[in-house]
Write a protein that binds this ligand. Sequence first.
Ligand SMILES: Nc1ncnc2c1ncn2[C@@H]1O[C@H](COP(=O)(O)OP(=O)(O)OP(=O)(O)O)[C@@H](O)[C@H]1O
Length: 279
Amino acid sequence: MSGETDRDLADQDLLVKIRGLHFSRGSRVIFEDLDLDIRRGSVTAVMGPSGTGKTTLLKLITGQLHPDAGTIEVDGEDVLRLDKAGLYRLRRRMGMLFQSGALLTDLSVFENVAYPLREHTDLSPSMLRKLVLLKLEAVGLRGARDLMPSELSGGMARRVALARAIVLDPMMILYDEPFTGQDPISMGMLVTLIRQLNDASRMTSILVSHDVRETTRIADFLYLISQGRVIAQGTPQEIALDASESVRQFMDGLPDGPVHFHYPAPPLAEDLSAQGRKR
Ligand SMILES: Nc1ncnc2c1ncn2[C@@H]1O[C@H](COP(=O)(O)OP(=O)(O)OP(=O)(O)O)[C@@H](O)[C@H]1O
């Protein structure tokens, strides 16, 4: 007998395990006792209203931010206990595609994708070339290798950034609003690509996005977070059947509901009458 319990086996199935996460920015509470799991091999979407802390969550997972309390495990390692070298090693195994993840403008498409390989490996030139071309092929842009970033459309640039994010063969890729600013065709292409790359390379993907329709199309599992907590979780089919008001407000894009449009502030009249005395 192996001695492994069902719980141990279930834990091994998780690439990311977050428990009891608390995080504040000054007096503003961003997360309050948040639990979240990312299953190996899955595409998991984290959705929620603007300013709810989705980008912050990705930064906590990658160890760029430190929580006030709670635990964050990635591939069995306690992120909060890793030293600088350990964190560096772990981050190398995570690809990131951030909305602002711009390409280096003075380098060609090829050199942009080659950049992490040149920084982190000492591969021979012919091996490096093969790897770059394979990653560019995966995003459909092998033929664009000699173009400069200024010659690319927005959608192409995002795909080059994606090739760069996967060039070190990460175990996981984190997408932060990858569809922002894309026309419907390139958005559709990116959505399909995210799913294909995940499955073909046996990766795990975390997708932060506002785009309910596109995201539910490819996600295996969804988390809806609001006001510091998980307010719903499940497969897209399960969430579609969730009738609670806050879930419907977000999923159906309703302007009114439990989630407020205004960032917390004192009453308007009070604020206006204080004019001249304070900001
Ligand atoms: N560097 C910072 N310093 C102080 N507060 C910050 C900082 N970065 C983010 N915040 C605050 O933390 C909260 C969560 O921000 P975050 O960017 O994680 O939200 P989000 O859910 O990703 O939002 P969006 O969907 O609009 O991108 C917001 O209230 C924001 O104002």
